[in-house]
Design a protein around this ligand. Structure first.
Ligand SMILES: Cc1cc2nc3c(=O)[nH]c(=O)nc-3n(C[C@H](O)[C@H](O)[C@H](O)COP(=O)(O)OP(=O)(O)OC[C@H]3O[C@@H](n4cnc5c(N)ncnc54)[C@H](O)[C@@H]3O)c2cc1C
Length: 504
């Protein structure tokens, strides 16, 4: 049909240029896939403050692509993660990034957008995806300007209210909000005390967007607009919040509105907790907030979305290129749904710990603080919040199987190099620590880099501790270990076929 022929085509269309969509676009472009993003916003400018930083595993995945320094140079490093505001020191974690990077979401998005731009990904801005129709060969994507795009796969990275999820008819079961907070950037005629307040009416804070970390403490700048967060006394107000709502909420908590005026933005967040029942419906996939929403406690939403993208990107690229069957895409749901389900549970637990302020609730928090002062509980919860403990179920075997590959410093024929450097191009790597020539990967030589290496130090995993040094490891482009070898190479051909397609 002539009409079909005139449609602009892309191998993948992503709805939404938030952190998840941008990361996914970068991953696909690195793999040489023709990808385009459709974004409602005219520019990357973000109205409102959302995520405040990056956790260790997210910094690691950016390091795996050689772009972590772009973020580190712009942010503030703190050695603590938190669970329901109880600080968890992570400075002893075996990672090069044993800290939280404080960096506002608008900066994170700006840096990601710069990377995606370098990779020449087209972004159709100032228009929305309004619907789609999928058939056996592809998806027709309708845009708000009347245009239509034809694509092999459509990925909904379009946030918590995802049109893609709704149009695909994917269920979003979970729990309605029990608390609701207003956040805003404003000017004040009176000066409130900056910092956090936790009282019978909820959690509230005054702060400034600009701050420094000194001796592990947040020090706010003396001037500039004030950021306010205040718990609403009636959760889940409908519609966009107004200055009047903010005034009323402040007076209910502080007895004054501090002469609040000239808001730059006002928004609302709640503890609504929901997760897509399926991350895939044939040629349509979901990632990021489109697939899971929860309270911001612990700062995990953006991080989980970025890591969804890194799990999905290389798989989708291999399917598009005909390297792998499209059943590889089912491993995306199988691996990432349980990860976000844990995030949902831990944020609900944090909200429960923070929700009440009376002597009994205080006793519970004190008990948790005491427990989290002990090494083992602290490590477990901090590894969960920072996502360093992710374990994809790839079967029985060595503890490295299905876990993140540590960024070891290797000695190779071309000199010393870090494992993560080998992942910059988002291609799989087989590291052989045994005698060179012992592993035959010839039929996969076009897809998998084989590197003979030596490493003399300990193999230490977060929470688990020291593990036996393997003779070889097969690392997926997302940095997770797909196979661990003894000296025989048994199972390698199967693992290569499962993850990187049949032999050539
Ligand atoms: C107050 C608050 C604090 C938070 N703090 C943290 C934190 O500290 N750490 C953390 O990790 N996370 C935090 N989060 C969560 C974080 O902001 C989100 O998880 C993150 O933005 C999700 O990224 P995303 O790309 O999946 O979705 P979004 O950021 O929502 O991006 C979706 C994009 O899709 C676009 N879009 C929507 N519909 C369409 C359409 N039909 N067509 C085209 N484009 C469309 C939107 O314009 C947007 O750009 C916080 C959130 C809030 C509200």
């Amino acid at each position: 049909m002539p009409e079909m022929l005139s449609k602009t085509k892309h191998a993948v269309v992503i709805a939404g240029a938030g952190p998840t969509g941008l990361m996914l676009a970068g991953e696909l472009a690195l793999a040489g896939v023709d990808v385009a993003i459709v974004e409602r916003r005219a520019s990357q400018e973000l109205a409102g403050s959302r995520a405040g930083g990056l956790h260790s595993r997210s910094i690691e995945v950016l390091d795996q692509r050689g772009i972590a320094d772009r973020f580190l140079s712009q942010g503030q490093v703190r050695q603590v993660a938190g669970f329901a505001w109880i600080p968890l020191d992570i400075s002893d974690f075996p990672t090069r990034h044993a800290y939280v990077l404080g960096l506002w979401q608008n900066h994170i998005e700006r840096i990601l957008a710069g990377w995606v731009d370098e990779l020449a990904v087209p972004i159709y801005r100032s228009r929305e995806v309004t619907g789609f129709v999928q058939d056996d060969d592809g998806v027709d994507v309708a845009l708000s300007d009347g245009q239509s795009l034809r694509t092999q796969y459509l990925v909904g990275c379009d946030g918590g209210r995802s049109l893609i999820r709704k149009a695909a008819g994917i269920e979003f079961p979970g729990w309605d909000p029990t608390t609701s907070n207003l956040i805003a950037e404003v000017e004040l005629t009176e000066t409130p005390e900056l910092g956090l307040r936790h009282d019978a009416k909820g959690i509230h804070a005054f702060s400034r967007a600009e701050y420094e970390i000194r001796d592990g403490k947040v020090i706010y700048m003396d001037c500039g607009p004030v950021r306010v967060m205040v718990t609403e006394q009636h959760p889940g107000g409908a519609g966009e919040p107004t200055l009047r709502d903010l005034r009323e909420a402040l007076i209910a908590v502080y007895g004054t509105d501090y002469g609040i005026h000239s808001p730059t933005w006002i928004s609302r967040f709640t503890d609504m907790t929901r997760q897509a029942a399926a991350y895939r419906d044939r040629r349509v996939l979901l990632a990021g907030d489109a697939a899971h929403v929860h309270a911001p406690a612990g700062g995990q939403g953006l991080n989980t979305g970025v890591q969804d993208a890194v799990n999905l990107g290389w798989k989708l690229a291999q399917v598009i290129k005909g390297i792998s069957p499209d059943s590889l895409l089912d491993t995306y749901h199988a691996e990432r749904h349980p990860v976000a389900a844990r995030v949902l549970r831990n944020t609900m637990a944090q909200v429960a710990l923070l929700g009440r302020v009376d002597e009994r609730a205080k006793a519970l928090r004190d008990t948790m603080s005491e427990l989290l002062g002990m090494d083992e509980p602290r490590r477990r919860l901090a590894a969960m919040i920072t996502a360093l403990d992710i374990h994809y179920d790839l079967g029985e075997g060595h503890p490295l199987l299905g876990r993140r590959m540590p960024d070891l410093e290797l000695v190779t024929a071309v000199g010393r190099l870090r494992v993560f450097t080998l992942l910059h191009a988002a291609r799989p790597v087989l590291l052989n620590f045994d005698e060179p020539g012992g592993l035959d990967t010839t039929p996969w030589a076009d897809r998998v880099q084989l590197v003979d290496a030596k490493y003399v130090g300990a193999w230490e995993l977060p929470v688990i501790g020291t593990v036996a040094a393997p003779a070889a490891v097969l690392i997926r482009p997302d940095g997770y270990v797909a196979w661990v070898g003894d000296k025989t190479g048994q199972g390698l051909a199967d693992a290569l076929t499962t993850w990187f397609g049949p032999p050539a």
